[in-house]
Design a protein around this ligand. Sequence first.
Ligand code: SF4
Length: 269
Amino acid sequence: MNQRSHGQRKQSDIFGLNRFGIESNPTITADLIVVPCSGGKDSQACIKLAKTTGKRVIGAFCDTKFEHPLTYSHIDRMQNLYGIKIYRINEGSSVPEQVIRHREFPGIRHRFCTKNLKIRPSKRFYESLSREAGPFEVWIGVRKDESTARAKRYSGLIGDEILCPHEFMSEYPKRLAANGVMFRLPIIDWSADDVFDYLGGEENPLYSHGAKRVGCFPCLAVSDDQMRWAFGHDEFGRNQWRTVHFLEQKIGKTALRNDTYNSCSFCNI
Ligand code: SF4
């Protein structure tokens, strides 16, 4: 799908909603759709799309305590914008606390912060919610065109398919599927331009400041260039650098390591 292909669709299906079959999709049998959101554009598009189904929609924001203030205020704003509750999930830890505990910074192969601040807490959230609310769908905002690895991994998948949670990520237990929790990747074939056009300027203002991704500010597992951009971006970024420098001294390791960019499918970074 090229960057502007949605512009060639019929006006009535400008965002490909008919292609996903969402409004009349018989496979959406659950009454509830949960959207894990980071404050980034892709999860926001999933929220907006989920609202078109007429189902009850809630958000789940795994708070790493390392996000930009604009992201926290954007999470609040989305609740009003879409009339939904976004649950903040945090079990008492943070990215700095994880770095100290593990005595290293997260990297391409060692994302203990993702596991402990996002995957495990979200798993417990889904388990508890399924006991209380019964079956539901989880809509994840990943897209094939984000990277070659994602294009390869999701090559056979379309936005109309549902997956068992453990098929999406092996860390999720099979009992989630047994409890009626299913995953869907509704914008899997969208381009970044599709997403921005669909949101129509409602996205996190960090994008207009030049941020390429939204999540921890900065994600400590991305390239040095991206980290440097965040550390120099504003007063909050400079404060984050002071925190990271304190962590460097505390654990005797450096955060900047000449790593090249690598994406994380859970953090969507
Ligand atoms: S965005 Fe980066 S620093 Fe934050 S939890 Fe994910 S991998 Fe860790």
